[in-house]
Write a protein that binds this ligand. Sequence first.
Ligand code: ADP
Ligand code: MG
Length: 402
Amino acid sequence: MIALDKQTIRDIDAHGKRVLVRVDFNVPMIDGAISDDTRIRAAVPTIEALRAQGARVVLMSHLGRPDGAVVEGLRLAPVAVHLSGLIGAPVTMVSDCIGPEAESAVAALEPGNVLLLENVRFHAAEETNDPAFAALLAKLGDVYVNDAFGTAHRAHASTEGVAHLLPAVAGLLMEREISIMGGALTEPEHPFVAVVGGKKVSDKIGVLKNLVGKADHLLIGGAMANTFLRAQGYKMGMSFVEATSVSTARAILSEAPHAGTVIHLPVDLVVASQLSSSVDTFIAGVGTVPDNTMAFDIGPATTERYADIIRSATTVIWNGPMGVFEMEPFAAGTLGIAEALAQVNGTTIVGGGDSVAALEACGHAGSVTHVSTGGGATLEFLEGVELPGVAVLRDRAIAAPQ
Ligand code: ADP
Ligand code: MG
């Protein structure tokens, strides 16, 4: 972990203070029940640390896309109940995130108490980053903490606007995300291997460009590999190829050797006549994909090569599945990568919604150094973009040169 250049909750004395904390409680819900509490659990260390400091903790989050209206199914009440169980203490809930009810509930908090404000996106002013709305939020705290890494790529009132109005520092999850991923991008221990897959080159151009020149090896899989193979002139049958990105892929391939990055493409593929979990599949070497078939996974020889390179790495960043891992016949490549990652003696980082789902599905989430909680935020971070919700936090004082 490298030292974060932003102040964190460790740099403040929160005792007795009202601490307004932006968390990411945007959890998946099925019929009003939380189906995955990962994001809630990820915020607990910051909440516990603030309670231990004797802070009056005021939490705020968005949930779903209510688009500026009150949507009953997107109330945060189930999250308050769940959080209360996790921290073993009551979590008070109010029916709005601003206004008299919220203000009096905050005024009633004792040191160590926790309050959860209602969904900030019930107000359209949240996403427009309206300064008047940010000022109403700021009335509820003496200090602001941003622990919502997954929303830090959005300049909204609760992630950015309010941070101009109060002393603003990072929470522990935010610190961990930025220092582990930032450390790998800026001061990686070599060999540094990046694994990039998923569907489209166009979704990941920024990530690919940022990794070329930083990573020693860049392993490409998923449908994205089809576009790169096409750029090298291979016939890909009926496989998904992003025609508009072929020239980008070609440019990345020609630039990489000069930047010190070796790009690896599949040498074999799992192909089938259609995308179905009961279809017959076979292995085709690159250049021999039959006209009437499509590539849906990297082949076994590729998986073995990629796994060898991963196992000899000291830093690995993985974003994007190697195939249609959601279907058993096309899951082996992604599983092979996850298994290799679990064996690495070094720092291993996995980011991206589908990549994290794949890692969890094969039971390896506990074997990597860091599973990023962001989707879009993680991708932007890997692109090297400064996230607005981070930029606005207080800088750490830099020691004067001697
Ligand atoms: P992440 O969410 O981790 O950033 P992406 O969203 O870029 O990943 O890509 C994940 C999707 O790509 C998955 O739904 C997967 O089924 C799909 N995919 C991977 N390989 C292929 C392929 N060869 N053909 C079609 N779809 C693919
Ligand atoms: Mg995705």
